[in-house]
Design a protein. Structure first.
Length: 110
């Protein structure tokens, strides 16, 4: 993931309202603007601005169904963040826990 894309992604994730929108789409994908607005204490215009930023970060994709515009979560950029920024730091800690478990099991048997 190029740094510019990562910057846009982290900026999109920095706002609690945008994270709430992602949570709403995770819980029930393919929602229209009106349905998303019911869960947020802001105007339709404000929600639209947040959705545009999420689309620019490639976190939300839209599909037109007649006059309706449906919003869908795109988890790929989140997975890329996990691989780049979280997984490598977790690996050593998980290995240490696994080693500890094995050592305790050996001591318990002996």
């Amino acid at each position: 993931m190029p740094m510019k894309d990562a910057d846009i992604l982290f900026k999109a994730l920095a706002d609690p309202s945008r994270r709430k929108l992602l949570d709403l789409l995770h819980a029930n994908d393919g929602q229209n603007l009106g349905r998303l607005c019911r869960h947020l204490d802001m105007t339709r215009q404000a929600v639209t601005k947040h959705l545009v930023l999420l689309e620019e970060a490639n976190l939300v994709a839209t599909v037109r169904r007649g006059r309706e515009k449906l919003h869908y979560l795109n988890p790929v950029p989140l997975h890329e963040i996990y691989e780049r920024w979280i997984e490598k730091y977790e690996r050593d800690r998980l290995q240490a826990l696994s080693d500890l478990k094995k050592n305790l099991e050996v001591k318990k048997k002996g």
